[in-house]
Design a protein around this ligand. Structure first.
Ligand code: NI
Length: 169
């Protein structure tokens, strides 16, 4: 089922997220809904709080459903290592039509369980590293615009608040 996307400034984006249990009866349904909602958006990643569920679950799929093997399920993810630097445009389904250049690590190593509860370590570079970092940020209540600095940060937040006030979402 496609769920409604939670948009800024909904408090669920900033609420604490509890550890998720892949063995919980409602977990498969939640995951299926996240995958469907992310593909429909379309987006390359989605965190559970973005559909109003404050659990530490996120998905990343750089192919937006084109290649089923590309789907990465991140249950209770932790960033183990973040090295190097990349600066690329980034956006978020919870802040429609706003993209800004964000500095992220070029390589990110993450430890997370998959949908069966098996814990494994994953490594991403480039866009995958960016997506891992962006989704783990969501689980910590951080949005990509929080990563901006100085005047750009100020102007971007003003733009977001203006769009929000106009009722664009
Ligand atoms: Ni996002």
């Amino acid at each position: 089922m496609i769920r409604d996307l939670v948009r800024y400034a909904d408090p669920r984006l900033f609420a604490p997220n509890a550890a998720a249990d892949p063995a919980a009866p409602d977990f498969p349904g939640l995951l299926a809904d996240m995958i469907e909602t992310c593909r429909a958006a379309p987006g390359i990643g989605l965190a559970a709080p973005q559909i109003g569920i404050n659990l530490r679950v996120a998905i990343v799929d750089l192919t937006v459903g084109a290649e089923p093997d590309a789907l990465v399920v991140l249950v209770n993810p932790e960033i183990l290592e973040a090295t190097g630097e990349q600066k690329e445009d980034e956006g978020c389904l919870s802040i429609p039509d706003v993209t800004e250049r964000v500095i992220r690590a070029a390589r990110v190593r993450v430890r997370a369980a998959d949908e069966t509860g098996k814990v494994r370590e994953l490594e991403g570079t480039g866009l995958l590293a960016r997506a891992f970092a962006h989704e783990v940020d969501h689980l910590n209540g951080t949005l990509f615009v929080d990563r901006l600095r100085g005047l750009k940060r100020e102007l971007t937040w003003k733009k977001i608040d203006r769009r929000k006030a106009k009722g664009l979402w």
